[in-house]
Design a protein around this ligand. Structure first.
Ligand code: ARG
Length: 457
């Protein structure tokens, strides 16, 4: 059993089951790089403030760097009796360079150390996720630009409502992911605060230079209250929330891709390389990727709820409960990154069945709203125009006719405001291009938005 840094106060040995139960090394080892980065900055500051000598600092930093190498090469032996990554590294440092290694923890506690590590880790991951969002948006924008003349039915209540451009539909998702990226940028402000120097909870009597550490680690701000600094995990909660929204957006998109690739819709085909077959039904091609992303959304929501519930009611300052912050956070990072990566690849290979989409958009009464608008533009109050149009639809259904098959006489029997121009109004392409206000589905507006979004991503 390894000697523990806090062994001095204890007479009895830790029960093996407790050692295993309390250890976080199984998952917090992924913080090693940040732990070492933080320790090196702390050590430099101790030297600058003359708390340790420059010879001591050199030794410690050299030791830390060689530990980093051994972790990276896979030769580092983790010890669960040493609980977490912080103690594993510290113990190895002392074994390597002798008792001077014990000076590294001067004016520091694992409480401010772990808070620092998570912030450093999350900062990198948020930036990586933002980059993946941009990659994904570029793929969607390209797809929208390449399919500008594809018309599809827009839906409400999953009933065909009005025709829209497929590009407009795709760009709706780009708007969502654009907000997601902005939200992550906003969160970075609060991740980017240096907690180190708060020590266990009260601060320290050593004359530290916290701003120097902040400068070394590229933090624009330092925390202003030591109790808050060691117990604040708001930034992790915000990250999990932003990730939940992002996954919700991916999940809505997944649902549509699943529906669209069914034989009932047949709007798209996912590439074989993103689907699997059935072990029993030879004809099947399953959209596993969007299904899994939709499914994984649940665990990301779950991670947010675990984190919030863990933090609820915790008295200040650090409590061991807080060790439970890492797994939900890590799992969220992994799930979001994996989902974005695979989605991005899948969307570059998607096949669009434009004939099917257009067919579905042209069927039945998809431009009936245009008739009501046509009448309203001729002075008929919209409510009345709506009623008249409803009657026309009822009539067509009874006669088993489409709107395009009505004679002028039939149109006029519903309102004397109708003339042959009504046929132009109900033309699908025209009805789309008439929606030419900012945010509308006209080709002009969509092209404009594509150009703007290209500059954003
Ligand atoms: N492994 C711990 C965690 O992740 C580090 C902080 C431990 N602090 C303590 N006072 N036991 O929360």
């Amino acid at each position: 059993m390894a000697k523990k840094p806090w062994e001095g106060r204890f007479t009895g040995k830790t029960d093996k089951a407790v050692e295993i139960f309390t250890a976080s090394i199984y998952f917090d080892k992924r913080l090693y790089k940040y732990d070492i980065m933080g320790s090196i900055a702390h050590c430099r500051m101790l030297e600058k403030c003359k708390i340790i000598t420059s010879a001591e600092s050199k030794k410690i930093i050299k030791g830390l760097k060689s530990i980093e190498k051994s972790i990276e090469s896979g030769s580092f032996q983790y010890n669960d009796a040493l609980e977490d990554i912080h103690m594993n590294i510290e113990k190895k440092l002392i074994d390597k360079i002798g008792s001077v290694g014990g000076k590294l923890h001067t004016a520091r506690s694992r409480n401010d150390q772990v808070a620092l590590d998570i912030r450093l880790y999350l900062r990198d991951e948020v930036e990586a996720i933002q980059k993946l969002i941009s990659d994904f948006c570029r793929v969607l924008i390209k797809l929208a630009a390449r399919n500008l003349n594809v018309i599809m039915p827009g839906y409400t209540h999953l009933q065909r409502a009005q025709p829209v451009l497929l590009s407009h539909h795709l760009l709706a998702y780009v708007e969502m992911f654009k907000r997601d990226k902005e939200r992550f940028q906003e969160i970075l402000k609060r991740v980017n605060v240096l907690p180190l120097g708060s020590s266990a909870l009260a601060g320290t009597s050593f004359p530290l230079d916290r701003n120097y550490v902040a400068k070394l680690l590229n933090f624009p701000k330092i925390s202003e209250n030591s109790l808050d600094a060691v117990s604040d995990r708001d930034f992790s909660g915000e990250f999990c929330f932003a990730s939940s929204l992002l996954m919700m957006h991916l999940s809505r998109m997944s649902e549509e891709l699943i529906l669209w690739s069914s034989s009932e819709f047949s709007f798209i085909e996912l590439d074989d390389s993103f689907c699997t077959g059935s072990s029993i039904m030879p004809q099947k091609k399953n959209p596993d990727v969007p299904e899994l992303v939709r499914g994984k959304t649940g665990r990301v929501y779950g991670n947010l709820v675990s984190l919030l519930t863990m933090l609820k009611s915790l008295p200040l300052a650090y409590n061991k409960d807080m060790q439970e912050d890492k797994e939900p956070l890590f799992d969220t990072v992994d799930t979001v990154k994996n989902s974005l990566t695979v989605f991005c690849k899948m969307m570059t290979k998607i096949k669009i069945n434009r004939q099917k989409m257009l067919g579905a958009a042209s069927e039945e009464f998809s431009t009936a709203t245009e008739i009501a608008d046509y009448l309203a533009k001729k002075g008929v109050p919209f409510r009345k125009a709506h009623e008249v149009t409803g009657k026309i639809v009822k009539y067509c259904k009874k006669k088993n006719k489409t709107l395009f098959k009505l004679t002028i006489k039939e149109w006029k029997s519903f309102s004397d405001k109708f003339d042959s121009n009504v046929l132009k109004a109900i033309d699908i392409k025209k009805s789309i291009d008439n929606k030419n206000m900012v945010g509308g589905t006209s080709s002009k507006q969509v092209v404009k938005r594509i150009e703007k979004l290209k500059k954003v991503f």
